[in-house]
Design a protein around this ligand. Structure first.
Ligand code: NAD
Length: 479
């Protein structure tokens, strides 16, 4: 069992004065981690410590900060198996997927270590005797509040970008994957001056206390409801809110594509990580001519996936993160069926321990069903048959979220219309997951605000200062 400690101002401690949480293995319900809940005083001290050390970390040469990150990336890579085991034990995903999430995190740290020192500002064309510059500077103290669904990779992004740009960080990993966050913080902390990184543990109220402190940025990856309350806290404190939140990503299957290939794409999009990815396929609009073959293919793919504990190398779909999440997913499926959807496969809670839920396909779904309108965050593929590409685009666009969308089509005209018209941060044509390295997008609507990843995150976590310099005036006025 992991005995998690907090890191406050360079000191690891596991006081637990405000109580303890236990994280259980979603595969069998056994306890995995024991986690102290931060007191308000601990939150305040972590922020104070981060504030105290912020000027010296900001003054540290960018190349030196980058070197620390590079060394941390090497240490994390060397400990990838330990981290993957913790992730799988806490949130259930298959070990191989956990390992690739950790490798993605390592690559992100390395990318920021390369990019941060070569960023520049701008010099401006001012008067001949003047120097005018726009210079990026660290913002100060960043509170990084992260989720459980890809815990190491997401945390490496926020922490890496904040540290590389010279900010100090108070990190609050999810209460459902705290040991993963704790192991990561320990490995990073080995390479950082004391106080540059602090880590607080606990649940939502600890995050809320942190978000209400006098920090300079609150960077949150998590649900839309939490993001909204963080935005309100930031409006009160004046901190910048950077929000990467929920999604209900549509998939459009056009009339001219191979329906079996489209079914494979849909299954990858809907069932990877048991549907617990921000960019999971959450609703599907299929054109009538290919609908029946697409549905048959999707059911076949769903039924072929092997459900089992993440530590079993044969498992392709692990359990959901916990029973609360399973109740939420099953509740949406049940409500859809009660409202007229037809259940083609899955949709029942298996007997036995853990929080497993089978890949599920629903047909005859309507816009009003929660499974189409809200974020499900489970292995559920709800399908609606539509009569035209226009109808598909219009239904796909109608959503409280604006994270990403995928369109499978053989028509360049439809592809062009899709990327221009869909009101989302990312549009993928003919691949549910994919994209060149270095990409970044701004989510829209309920999916958040700002660049939460990619090179642009370095800009989000920097403040640009305008500098105008000229020689002194008056008698004998010169340098
Ligand atoms: P969550 O918002 O419940 O929790 C995330 C973090 O916020 C946790 O550390 C939690 O303790 C903290 N928190 C909870 N309530 C808080 C409050 N009132 N104030 C401050 N902090 C608070 O989200 P989750 O359930 O852990 O994660 C799943 C969600 O994350 C999904 O909605 C998913 O789409 C989203 N997500 C988005 C992205 C993205 O890039 N857009 C990436 C991964 C996950």
């Amino acid at each position: 069992m992991y005995q998690v400690q907090q890191l406050i101002g360079g000191v690891w401690d596991g006081s637990g004065d405000a109580g303890w949480l236990t994280v259980v293995d979603p595969a069998d319900g056994s306890p995995v981690s024991r986690v102290p809940v931060a007191t308000d005083a601990e939150v305040e001290s972590a922020v104070k410590a981060a504030r105290a050390v912020a000027p010296s970390w900001a003054r540290t040469a960018p190349a030196e900060r980058a070197e620390a990150l590079r060394r941390a990336a090497d240490t994390i890579e060397a400990n990838a198996d330990r981290l993957a085991e913790a992730e799988t034990a806490e949130m259930g995903r298959p070990l191989a997927a956990a390992r690739s999430g950790i490798q993605a995190g390592v690559s992100t740290l390395r990318q920021y270590a390369e990019l941060a020192p070569v960023r520049g500002g701008r010099s401006l064309a001012g008067g001949a005797d003047a120097i005018d510059l726009m210079v990026p500077q660290p913002r100060g103290v960043v509170a990084a509040i992260t989720p459980w669904n890809d815990p190491v990779s997401v945390s490496c992004g926020l922490l890496g970008a904040a540290l590389a740009t010279g900010n100090t960080v108070v990190y609050k990993p999810s209460e459902r994957s705290t040991a993963s966050g704790w192991l990561l913080a320990r490995l990073l902390d080995e390479h950082l001056p004391a106080g540059v990184l602090s880590m607080l543990t606990g649940d939502g109220p600890v995050g809320a206390t942190l978000a209400g402190q006098e920090v300079d940025v609150v960077a949150h990856v998590g649900s839309t409801a939490t993001g909204r309350s963080i935005a309100a806290a930031c409006a009160r404190s004046g901190a910048k809110a950077l929000l990467e939140n929920g999604g209900s990503d549509p998939l459009i299957v056009d009339a001219d594509v191979d329906p079996r290939w489209a079914a494979e794409q849909a299954a990858i999009g809907a069932f990877t990580n048991a549907g617990q990815l921000c960019v999971s396929v959450e609703r599907i609009y299929v054109l009538r001519p290919v609908a029946s073959r697409f549905l048959a293919g999707l059911v076949e793919r769903a039924e072929a996936l092997r459900l089992g504990p993440g530590r079993d190398p044969l498992s392709e779909v692990g359990p959901l993160v916990d029973r609360r999440q399973r109740d939420h997913v099953h509740g949406q499926v049940g409500a859809a069926v009660a409202a007229g959807a037809s259940l083609l496969t899955g949709g029942s809670v298996p007997d036995g321990p853990g929080s497993f839920y089978p890949p599920t396909v629903l047909a005859e779904c309507t816009d009003e069903m929660a499974v189409m309108w809200e974020e499900t965050f489970g292995p559920v593929a709800p399908v609606m048959v539509v009569d035209s590409f226009d109808e598909a685009l219009s239904r796909a666009s109608h959503s409280p979220y604006g994270l990403a969308a995928t369109v499978l089509t053989g028509s360049m005209n439809h592809a062009q219309r899709a990327w221009r018209e869909l009101p989302v941060g990312t549009v993928k044509i003919n691949a549910v997951f994919g994209g060149a390295p270095g990409g970044a997008a701004e989510p829209r609507g309920g999916s958040g605000q700002g660049f939460g990843y990619g090179p642009e995150l370095l800009d989000e976590l920097s403040a640009t200062k305008m500098v105008h310099i000229e020689g002194p005036g008056g008698e004998g006025g010169r340098w």
